[in-house]
Design a binder for this molecule. Structure first.
Ligand SMILES: [Zn+2]
Length: 369
């Protein structure tokens, strides 16, 4: 997919306080939801379900953090947004003061958290990143307790260095752990009380005020109790595979809030920051939790260009995804294969221009097949 110059408009920005007119080559907003305006760096239509999902993410970050974000956040979406909007090796970024987010679906909640949290004030980088990571829902935070793991060790690290230093993961893991015990709102308070440049004594005092215990005690408990990998909650309810046949059927319509699109592959893959990240389709999304290894027989029906994608997440054996289990079926195809105990994302996709019905039938494969 190529980025179209048609989809872009030239925006002139007048720099305040100086008679300098800067030009930025940015795409136009193509669709606006309740809380998010979408400005894609690609040509594919943006479906109503994706906009509703972005709106929902803003509201859920606000609910969980206890903070109120700006009325409207602009999402500059796609690999081009990262290329033009973010510096260095970042996979996504936010300009919080402008309520702008640049990136792909996998980073959206994290960056929106920075935007929502900005209203309360920016925290020291380790606290700020901990805040954003604890509001993600897709990625698990892992930590190696054999190195320096106190917030204090990273208090001086700047936001440019915080990810590479490992401090972001430490802050995120600790924030998720504390969030499970006390809710996520307290970390919002901590972030306000520990701005960049805070001293260790100020961090210690703020922590005690917010959590009612010393940072030392809290970190000791965290290191003794917390699993090395802390995963945030499920973003959507999952169906559970019991071995009984399941039929998943959807009437896809890009204008309807039940239909997502385009397919941002970072939903299950690491961003490549190439055009491969975005597939020009509309699609449905089901999450099927498979608690045991099994063998499936699958039929898929839909219009000529329809495809079904099966992708794994949170596998029991690997604790992440298992790309070898990823499958793609064409309309009319029937297949039999082994499946792992994982959460399986089942995406049914069709060209976005006209409504389409898609149906996937899953049954346990008969013995010997
Ligand atoms: Zn961040």
């Amino acid at each position: 997919m190529t980025r179209s110059s048609k989809a872009r408009v030239i925006t002139t920005l007048l720099a305040v306080g100086a008679l300098v007119v800067g030009c930025e080559d940015r795409p136009a907003v193509v669709i606006e939801g309740e809380r998010v305006a979408v400005a894609p760096y690609f040509d594919a239509p943006v479906c109503a379900g994706s906009v509703a999902e972005f709106d929902g993410m803003v509201k859920s970050v606000e609910h969980d953090s206890g903070l109120e974000g700006p009325r409207l956040t602009t999402f500059f979406w796609g690999p081009g947004a990262v290329e033009h909007g973010c510096s260095g090796s970042a996979f996504a970024c936010a300009r919080s003061e402008k309520a702008e987010v640049f990136g792909l679906l996998s980073s959206f909640r994290h960056e929106v958290a920075h935007v929502v949290g900005h209203r309360a004030g920016r925290g020291a980088a380790v606290v700020e990143e901990g805040f954003a990571i604890s509001h993600e829902t897709e990625k698990c935070a892992s930590v190696d307790f054999s190195g320096p793991v106190s917030l204090r060790d990273y208090l001086d690290v700047t936001s440019d260095e915080i990810h590479a230093s490992g401090g972001a993961a430490i802050g995120g893991h600790f924030a998720i752990y504390l969030g499970r015990l006390h809710g996520l709102k307290r970390w919002s308070e901590l972030k306000v009380l520990v701005p960049p440049g805070s001293s260790i004594a100020e961090l210690d005092d703020a922590f005690e005020v917010v959590y009612g215990m010393s940072l030392d005690d809290a970190e000791r408990l965290w290191q003794a109790e917390a699993p090395h990998i802390m995963c945030p909650g499920q973003p959507e309810p999952a169906l559970v595979w019991t071995g009984e046949p399941i039929v998943l059927a959807h009437d896809l319509d890009c204008d309807d809030v039940s239909t997502f699109g385009p397919l941002d592959q970072t939903i299950s893959y690491f961003p490549s920051l190439t055009d491969d990240d975005i597939l020009e389709v509309m699609y449905s999304r089901d999450r099927l939790l498979v608690p045991f290894v099994d063998r499936w027989a699958i039929d898929f029906d839909g219009p000529a260009d329809a495809r079904a994608f099966l992708r794994t997440r949170s596998c029991t054996a690997s604790a992440s995804s298992n790309p070898e289990q990823d499958r793609e079926l064409r309309a009319g195809e029937s297949v039999v294969f082994d499946i792992d105990a994982c959460e399986h994302l089942i995406l049914m996709a069709a060209p976005p221009d006209s409504p389409a019905r898609v149906e996937l039938r899953i049954a346990r494969a008969p013995e010997g097949e």
